[in-house]
Structures are given as C-alpha cells and as structure tokens.
Ligand binder design. Structure first.
Ligand SMILES: Nc1ncnc2c1ncn2[C@@H]1O[C@H](COP(=O)(O)OP(=O)(O)O)[C@@H](O)[C@H]1O
Ligand SMILES: O=P(O)(O)OC[C@H](O)CO
Length: 496
C-alpha cells in the first residue's frame, strides 16, 4: 500500500478466524487468531455455528486493532476473505441463521449430486459454472436446508430468507443488515452462477431448486460493500474488498497474468493458474473459476482442489502419534535417504482433482519391517508434492503455454524440505514469498485498490517479494520413476 492508511483484513477460514492489520506498505503489523469448534453431526457431515464465526470475527478484528494501537480513523478499508462454498441461510429481518452452516467438506448431498449427474445435467452445469457436479459446492447444500427446516422453502420463495457464503453472511451482519452482497469469486463456487454471463442462472436455479429471491447481489471483488456498524471498531469503516480465500491467495501472490500459478498448503491444497480474461475449459477434470473481477472485467483461473494436505500431517500427530509438532516432519524427512519405497495416499475423504473419487480411502503401500516413522513422515510430505504434480500436469495440458514457476503459501509451505522436493518433482522453481499470509494480503490489496491506496495492479505486483526460491535439482530419470510409483499407488486406492 503506497500511501497513508492501514487496511484491516479479515480471513475467515475452515478452522480459524484471523484478522490482520496491514500498514501503508502492505506489511502485516498485527495478527489476531481464534480457532472455533467443528461439528460432525453425521457420517461425512461437517457444520459450523455461524454465531461462533461472527463472535470470533468481531473479537479478532478488535484484538488486531488493539495490538496495532490503532483506532477506526486509521483504517482506510476492510477486506474480507473466507472459506468458500460453506453455506448459510438466515432470516432477512432478524439476521438469525435458520440452520448451522453446512461446510464445504460436508458430503451429505453426495447422493443427490450423483442423481443429478446421472440424469445428464453434467455438461450444462459444467458449461455454465465451470464446475463438476459435486457436494463440495453450495447449490445442493442450500436445497438441503430448505428441504429440512420446516417452512423454509416457502419463506425463501417469499424473500424472507437470505442465502450467503461466509463473506456474504459477514457483510450482512457487520453492516447491520444493510447489505446483502457477495463477490464474483465466491458466487462462482455456488454452482448457481453463470461465470460467462456473470449472473445467477435461472436454469441452474430451477435444477437445484433454489429461489432467486434469497440470493445476494454479485459485486466486483474490489467494490463498495457498505460500511461497518460503528459498534464494531468505534466508527464506520468501508468494506471494499472481498474474495474467496483461494482467489485472495492468488491475488496476494500477484498471480495477475496468464500462466502464473500458486498453490496454498493448509488443511487441503488448492492450486490456481491465472488464464486471463478467457475461461479455459479443462480436459483434465480441473475446475474453471473466477480469479477476480475488477471494474466489471472478469479474470479467470483453473483450479485443482486437493482435500488433504496438512491434514495428513495433523493425522501423523494426532492419529498416529509419531510426531508432536507438524514442523518435525522436516527433520524426519531429511534423516532418511528416501521413503524406502513407501507411498502414502492420503485419501481420507476421497480424492479431489483430478480424480474426483469420493469413495477412495487412504492407504500406505510398500512397507517392509525396516520402515520407521521417518519413512512414513517423508511419504506423507512426498504425497503432497505428488498430488501437486498431478494438478500441474493437468494444468499444463489444459493451458498449453509455459508455467515458469509455482508460488507457494499456507502453513505447510514453511517446510523447506517439502518446497525442495516439490521443485524437484515438478522440475520447476518453487517460490515462497516474504509475506506468507497471502490470503489476507490479497483481500487487503483488493480493498486498497478500491479506496485508492493502490493505483493499479502494478502496486499489487510490487508488494510481492520473494523470500526463498527452490530450484529443481533431481535428475529427470529419478523424478519420473518416483512419480510412476505414486500413480500406481493411487490406482490401487481408487474405488472403481
Ligand atoms: N512445518 C510444517 N511442515 C508440515 N506441515 C505443516 C507445517 N506447519 C504446519 N503444517 C500443517 O499445515 C496445516 C496448517 O496450515 P494453515 O495454513 O494454518 O491451515 P488452514 O488455514 O487450512 O487451517 C496443518 O494441517 C499442519 O499440519
Ligand atoms: O479455509 P481453508 O483455507 O481451508 O480453505 C477452504 C477452501 O476455500 C474451500 O474451497
């Protein structure tokens, strides 16, 4: 951020809510974070209590401001970024949710999705939304709430209920119920939004049985989202930037021209490549999605979503007990010359892109009696790199042009060994930025553009600085041999 003024970024994620204050040069000066409870009320069901989310977002926003020693007068704007697809339905008059939020990971509508796909709607959905019919996206989650909360469907038809992803729910609440809006990146994850026409689509609304009256207005990612209630920070502050977290990360990584790619390693892994103002339809089961929309002009991305990355490391810690801290995997991996032929396919909740096999389950292959914790830890890290290679090969096939480097971020990107192995396996440089909080930075940049702290996209590129660059070192023969072993292991976990 080139001029005076600070930006408050709110990053509402799957397991925690964060608020980060950025100074005028885009440097984070204060961070507050709270974890909140996950609810698993059924097999494959995952819910969040929107009241927990709202309470924590308010709290972390104030904590970050206090830490930074700032009042609302010093904040030029707020940027919001969020876990995507997660669905909230609330009462327009009171703002009260009528059900807990159904989280993106929730599989309860998988059977409904199979039915809709079997009825032959896949092509139409794909052509309009860029998505594959899957329980991951919001559409069938909304329908589920309308079908299971008594009277909800009629009330939704009458316009008494609002639907929103988490961004939209927060905007509604933080503006004192004044604004019901979302941005184009979040809309593109609902399976109800035509990414070419940039509008909700009647054919999709009819197919998924979602009344138009409950939908938010779709604005640019850098836009006027109203002002916060004075009680939040002591005075009203404009909300000026909004994007889904993976799109915000790509923006914060300055992936602003075609062919630039990022991969975020948190609970899951999400790789995005900017394809410019032309949406590229994947031949390799990747998603086409909105990267950002500025001044009414849409930039698109291709996305590969992997459901388990850091979650496998968490499982080594909490499930298997072979480590006490995730960062120990770095040392364990260097303690052995290789994984001793062990492959760990972390399909704990099925496989995402490019396989989309929700019935596949995790497995560890190739164990002999001399395999120890270091080999397993190494295999778990390697799996993250192999899955990224799956995505990057698919992207390269669709994209056609050169992908010169992969920019990485997220909690796992702190692992040097992983970054080096990733570069080796991709045969491509891997770049880690100085500011690892790229998701929040992206939301801050979007807000900064709107309120004039940034002049244009060049300022976003200038704010990105490389901290470490990992060059590929592995010989190609070894790289391909290792990767062939992974492909074989994946084939053995597939459900069909
Ligand atoms: N040094 C590390 N090496 C490997 N994995 C790590 C390391 N640090 C964190 N992780 C993993 O990264 C994840 C946390 O990343 P984070 O970006 O905070 O996730 P999220 O935003 O999805 O909650 C955890 O699953 C953790 O196991
Ligand atoms: O909250 P995260 O970082 O796990 O990201 C979740 C994604 O947006 C889901 O699509």
């Amino acid at each position: 951020m080139s001029r005076n003024g600070h930006i408050l970024a709110i990053d509402q994620g799957t397991t925690s809510s964060r608020a980060i204050v950025f100074d005028g040069r885009g440097t984070p000066i204060a961070v507050a974070r709270r974890e909140f409870p996950q609810h698993y009320p059924g097999d494959g069901w995952v819910e969040h209590d929107p009241a927990d989310i709202l309470r924590d977002v308010r709290a972390v926003a104030r904590e970050a401001m206090e830490q930074a020693g700032l009042t609302a007068a010093a904040i030029a704007a707020i940027g919001i970024t969020n876990q995507r697809e997660t669905t909230v339905v609330w009462d327009r008059a009171t703002g009260e949710p009528i059900h807990r939020a159904i989280v993106w990971q929730d599989r309860r509508t998988a059977a409904l999705c199979h039915q809709i796909a079997d009825a032959g709607h896949g092509e139409m959905v794909r052509a309009k939304t860029g998505l594959l019919i899957d329980a991951y996206f919001s559409a069938t989650k909304i329908a589920w709430i309308l079908d299971h909360v008594p009277g909800a469907r009629d009330r939704a038809e009458r316009g008494e209920l609002c639907f929103g992803t988490i961004d939209s729910f927060l905007i509604y609440q933080l503006t004192g119920k004044a604004v019901h809006a979302t941005d184009a990146t979040n809309a593109s994850r609902t399976m109800l939004f035509d990414i070419h026409a940039q509008d909700w689509d009647d054919e999709l609304l009819a197919l998924f049985r979602v009344p138009r009256a409950m939908l938010p207005r779709v604005l640019d990612s850098s836009d006027d989202y109203g002002v916060t209630e004075p009680t939040l920070l002591g005075a009203p502050v404009p909300i000026a930037g909004v994007a889904g977290d993976q799109q915000a990360a790509a923006f914060g990584q300055a992936c602003l021209s075609p062919g630039m790619a990022k991969s975020t390693y948190g609970t899951g892994c999400f790789a995005l490549i900017n394809t410019g103002t032309t949406p590229v339809v994947s031949k390799n089961r990747l998603l086409t999605t909105v990267a950002y929309r500025l001044n009414g002009v849409t930039s698109y991305a291709q996305e590969g979503s992997i459901f388990v990355a850091g979650a496998a490391i968490k499982w080594l810690r909490d499930g298997l007990g072979v480590i006490t801290h995730a960062s120990q995997t770095n040392d364990l991996a260097t303690r052995v010359p290789d994984s001793h032929g062990v492959y760990f396919v972390p399909a704990f909740v099925g496989l995402g892109a490019p396989y989309w096999d929700s019935e596949a389950r995790a497995a560890i292959f190739g164990m002999t009696l001399d395999v120890g914790p270091a080999h397993i830890a190494r295999a778990a890290l390697e799996a993250v790199a192999y899955q990224t290679r799956d995505l990057m090969d698919a992207m390269a096939g669709d994209w056609g042009g050169a992908i010169n480097a992969l920019r990485v971020d997220g909690g796992m990107a702190a692992n040097d060994w992983l970054c080096q192995f990733l570069a080796d396996l991709l045969g491509m440089p891997v770049e880690r930025p100085e500011i690892i909080e790229t998701t929040a930075l992206g939301a801050a940049c979007l807000a900064a553009l709107r309120v004039g702290l940034f002049d244009g996209l060049e300022s976003v590129s200038a704010a990105w600085r490389c901290q470490s660059r990992f060059e590929p070192r592995m010989d190609p023969e070894r790289r391909e041999r290792l990767y062939a072993g992974w492909r074989d292991a994946v084939a053995r976990t597939r459900s069909h």
